[in-house]
Write a protein that binds this ligand. Structure first.
Ligand code: IVH
Length: 667
């Protein structure tokens, strides 16, 4: 194989991997810009050496987000992407190219480039008939049921002036505020966080359960109309029409006939975008006249009449002092860069995520390197490059990914096809053991009044190696430790005592079985009324439970297959924890609230919010977080929020207090 052919092969392999990370795993591992540069290099090489071009090269497709569970449908018009530019020169080149090719006056529409996941909607006779993801550009997933839950997307158009049949494309977005709320909730529930709103949006859209989609309050912004009988020849004018049909068309779109006007727009939004409720990553420029668009046509991958200009993410340059490797509760190894503190977008950055081995290798990192950190849409900053020029002769060692767990010295594993390393020593690796105990005692699990530091002390003293050991603790043992007094020791013993009353569903959650969060635990116990039943469940009986898929079921089977886990559960039983659904709860079930959606708001005196939530569900009702037309009642306590109150009044929703609610159940 000659040099050229091997470089082409290498680029294809790399690009395929990144395509997979981005579209299938929703977990991109390199900046878009680098990806684009690699793609450009490959395109150039294939053009110059057509003997090596082929139908399976990544240059021949536009990425795939197909997943098994949804029905795949063909796009009437292929969903192409835009070519990206990063400089004003390239924008000027585009403008000049269009000008030369058309050789007549033209207008350019400037829009924001929204950073979500693209969607195509088909409307017939004013009704939404289908919503399809981009997929591989020619076929996508039919996600109509999920899209219908997005409140800003019209199911039925307004007015009568719309074409009989058309397609509209846009972006599904998770607003920043929702993104923050979701991640806060996930922190509390010990679930992995979303890296950015785009991943959260595409992940949500691919949920099998439309109710979860609805609870996440996605939004849809639209920017492209397609069809045979559109109302105008101008792209801009068509969007203005579409706005009157009920679509959310951003009102920041503008028309320009000079390149200077476009530069002003770019400069303005580069700053102002920080105040928008949703993520944007650039500007899109489109020739306005559809006739002129047709004259310009398409390349294999993108239109010649449009480009994207990508904003430069804010960066800072600082020194890499060291790299540490952290082990999570489930054994995942996370490499973390320790940096010389530096100010970036208003906060001081001391650490950055390095994600995995491939990224470290790609960056060719050395201790002491000056590195560029970037915050983009992510919460955790990342290293995007090294200032190689700044390297001196005194440069430190190249960073190597560790082979053994830094905590328990077990050989790490990297499962085939995955980027992450794991420590497989579940039962002997200290951070994994401590992490599971920390989870066990959290407020929403067993609610035992101790924190991570105390667990660290108890573990180090050799007193506690798993959750069951907590119940064997004695006051003299505790008093033998540093910083423990009679009072605190008694408190812990009382707290443990009280936890024996914690209901069964929270005991199931507290075990920390992978993928078994609070919701899953609650579902499981509706079918399996005791730990014994759960322990004996088969793959079939587990997957029969509403919303429990193969992945969760397998994880439960694996958990109980381990004799150490079975033994610990047996000890917890001996210590008197709730191992079955309380009898009165089984009796408490009814259909009294069947079909009713109830929103809980404010603070209560008789029972807690969680208890009310449970009562609603136990009696066949649905508890929802936000007031809408679908809400039947608001169960209001003290200090109900004014926004909710106003909305309820506007929609004419009945507000009931605690007593009225309890009466409904007693009737
Ligand atoms: S127009 C043929 N306009 O960027 C042109 N796309 O790389 C179709 N995007 O897949 C796209 N904001 O998901 C267009 N104002 C905008 C956009 C936009 C975001 C996304 C879209 C598309 C990708 C193109």
């Amino acid at each position: 194989m000659n040099k050229i052919e091997s470089r082409i092969q290498e680029l294809r392999r790399e690009l395929e991997l990144h395509n997979y990370n981005y579209y299938v795993l929703s977990n991109p591992t390199i900046p878009d810009r680098e990806f684009d540069e690699m793609m450009k290099e490959l395109e150039r090489m294939e053009e110059e050496h057509p003997e090596y071009a082929g139908p399976h090269s990544p240059t021949q497709r536009v990425g795939s987000d197909l997943s098994k569970e949804f029905e795949q449908v063909p796009h009437r018009y292929p969903m192409l992407s835009l070519s990206n530019t990063y400089s004003e020169e390239e924008v000027r080149d585009f403008f000049d190219r269009v000008s030369r090719a058309l050789n007549e006056p033209f207008e350019i529409v400037a829009e924001l480039k929204y950073d979500g996941t693209s969607i195509s909607l088909i409307y017939e006779k004013g009704l939404l008939v289908r919503a399809v993801t981009r997929g591989d550009g020619t076929r996508g997933d039919d996600v109509t049921a999920n899209v219908k839950t997005i409140r800003s997307i019209p199911l039925k158009l307004r007015g009568e002036e719309y074409p009989e049949e058309f397609e509209i494309r846009g972006e599904i977005l998770l607003p920043w505020a929702e993104f923050d709320r979701l991640n806060k909730e996930r922190t509390e529930q010990d679930e992995p966080l979303f890296a950015n709103p785009r991943n959260a949006a595409s992940g949500t859209l691919k949920q099998q359960n439309a109710a979860i989609v609805a609870s996440r309050r996605l939004d849809g912004y639209f920017y492209y109309l397609l069809g045979e009988n559109l109302p105008a020849d101008g792209h801009y004018e068509n969007l203005v029409f579409a706005r009157t049909w009920g679509f959310k068309i951003p009102d920041v779109i503008r028309k320009y006939d000079t390149v200077e006007g476009i530069f002003d727009y770019i400069a303005y939004w580069d700053i102002e975008r920080k105040n928008l409720p949703v993520a944007t990553d650039g500007i899109v420029l489109k020739v306005n006249s559809i006739q002129q668009q047709r004259n310009l046509g398409f390349t294999a991958k993108s239109p010649r009449w449009a480009i994207a200009y990508k904003f430069q993410a804010e960066q800072a340059l600082t020194r890499l002092n060291s790299v540490s490797f952290q082990i999570g509760r489930t054994g995942t190894v996370t490499p973390v860069a320790n940096l010389e503190p530096v100010l970036l977008s208003g906060t001081t950055v001391k650490r950055a995520s390095l994600h995995n081995e491939d990224i470290i290798r790609e960056l060719d990192l050395h201790i002491g390197d000056m590195v560029y950190v970037e915050k983009g849409g992510e919460i955790i900053p990342k290293i995007v490059g090294v200032d190689v020029e700044a390297r001196s002769l005194l440069i430190g060692d190249q960073i190597q990914f560790i082979k053994y767990c830094p905590e328990c010295k077990t050989l790490l594993i990297r499962p085939e096809g995955e980027a992450a390393h794991y420590c497989p020593n579940e039962s002997g690796c200290p951070p994994q053991i401590k992490g599971r105990i920390v989870h066990f005692v959290t407020r929403r699990a067993m609610d035992i009044g101790i924190g991570p530091e105390t667990i660290e002390d108890l573990y180090n003293a050799g007193l506690v190696k798993n959750a069951a050991d907590l119940y064997a603790l004695t006051i003299p043992e505790l008093l033998g430790l540093e910083r423990w007094a009679e009072k605190s020791a008694q408190n812990l013993i009382h707290s443990l005592e009280r936890s024996r009353e914690v209901p069964f569903e929270r005991v199931v959650y507290a075990l920390g079985i992978r993928f078994v969060g609070e919701t899953v635990a609650r579902r499981l116990i509706t079918v399996f009324h005791s730990m014994e039943q759960l322990q004996q469940a088969s793959l079939e009986t587990l997957t029969e439970v509403n919303e429990i898929g193969g992945r969760i079921a397998q994880s439960i089977l694996d958990y109980f297959a381990d004799p150490k886990n079975r033994q610990m559960v047996a000890r917890l039983r001996e210590y008197g924890l709730q191992m079955e659904v309380a009898e009165e709860k089984l009796l408490d079930r009814s259909d009294k609230l069947k079909g009713l959606t109830i929103v809980i708001s404010g603070t209560f005196s008789r029972y807690s919010r969680d208890e009310y939530k449970e009562m609603i569900e136990q009696n066949g009702g649905k508890n929802s977080g936000s007031v809408s037309k679908k809400t039947d009642y608001i169960l209001a306590g003290e200090n109900m929020g004014p926004a909710k109150l106003e909305k309820a009044a506007k929609l004419g929703i009945k507000i009931i207090n605690e007593d009225e609610f309890l009466n409904m159940l007693a009737e």
